[in-house]
Design a protein around this ligand. Structure first.
Ligand code: TRP
Length: 331
């Protein structure tokens, strides 16, 4: 009886000791695992296909460089849905969360992060005009905490495509958001180059996405074609532009393939996913200890022509044979 009782007590004690030692063994290793994860904060300005592609590319670029989400990488992802006050608060949140590197997808997001920290390195994910947006002073030699990837729409090529595909066009309307610094420089460049080619250009600036439908209706009364720069506000409300233009049979030239797939006529575009991959790889270099000053802004300015054949048919446009060979054709 006594022996049994002793054995019981010993057994219980032994179990306690095993549990205690076991938990000691497990806990330090799980804590270690957590501190092994690098932390990257990502702020996406708004939801639209192109920016979503870029974010997918960012994760792939990080992975190619050895950082996999969930294993040795923790991504703190926020989307401000084009709300400027959210851009501010979310930027601050990403800074407060002690992320080691920050990525801003689209100009307003990168600008928000830039005003939230002068210390944590920031990677611009697809910022069209980093100098005009006051994010860097010199693309080749960043002197602050910001570098990244720039997507510079090949506007001269866009105009050439417009001339070949729709030779009858004389007046072009440019629709963009007055609050996006990325659009300003593209509109300026488009205007200069288009006027030099003999086009009349009319600007239609909107204050927010709420004005896009009405502005498009005003515009289609006056123009033969629409040109859309890389503008996030317009991109996120693009279906309303397509609807209005369709009724009036006005061709839409966009600056990205995703918007040709959504009903634009044509574009000379830069691959969005690849922009993301380059952004992710640059973030990885910073995580590995490289300095911003050693990493010049990477500029993508070479485009591929793309034409939506269904839209061309609807508009009664015959695609020249030569162009059919050069361009990517989608339906
Ligand atoms: N370049 C844009 C900026 O500077 C962001 C962007 C990337 C974009 N791809 C796009 C905008 C496609 C509209 C459509 O903010």
């Amino acid at each position: 009886m006594k022996n049994k009782r002793l054995a019981f007590i010993f057994g219980g004690l032994l179990a306690l000791v095993i549990l205690a030692v076991g938990s000691q063994l497990i806990r330090p290793s799980s804590e270690k695992h957590q501190t092994d994860k690098v932390k990257v904060g990502v702020l996406q300005f708004v939801t639209h296909e192109a920016l979503d592609d870029i974010y997918r590319g960012i994760k792939a670029g990080l992975k190619e460089s050895g950082y996999t989400e969930g294993s040795n990488l923790q991504i703190d992802f926020l989307n401000s849905e084009a709300d400027q006050s959210k851009v501010q608060t979310m930027s601050q949140t990403l800074v407060n969360n002690k992320n080691q590197v920050l990525i801003g997808i689209a100009t307003p997001a990168a600008q928000g992060l830039a005003s939230a920290t002068k210390d944590i390195p920031i990677v611009m994910g697809a910022v069209t005009d980093p100098v005009g947006a006051k994010l860097v002073r010199d693309l080749t030699a960043p002197d602050g905490n910001i570098t990244g990837v720039s997507d510079k729409t090949p506007i001269a090529d866009q105009l050439e495509l417009m001339a070949t595909l729709t030779p009858g066009v004389k007046t072009v309307g440019v629709l963009y958001s007055s609050s996006e610094d990325n659009s300003k420089s593209q509109v300026e460049e488009f205007k200069t180059l288009a006027q030099a080619k003999g086009y009349d250009v009319i600007e239609y600036a909107v204050a927010s996405s709420n004005d896009i439908t009405s502005m498009t209706h005003v515009m289609i009364e006056k123009v033969d074609a629409i040109f859309l720069p890389l503008d996030n506000t317009v991109a996120s409300a693009f279906t309303t532009v397509v609807q209005a233009a369709k009724e009036a049979k006005t061709p839409i030239y966009t600056s990205v393939d995703t918007m040709v797939a959504e009903g634009g006529l044509a574009s000379v575009f830069i691959n969005q996913y690849e922009l993301g991959v380059a952004t992710g790889k640059m973030a990885a270099k910073l995580l590995q200890g490289e300095q911003v000053a050693q990493l010049p802004v990477e500029v993508f300015d070479q485009g591929t022509p793309i034409i939506n054949e269904t839209v061309a048919t609807e508009l009664g446009i015959t695609i020249p044979e030569q162009l059919k060979k050069e361009a990517q054709l989608i339906k």
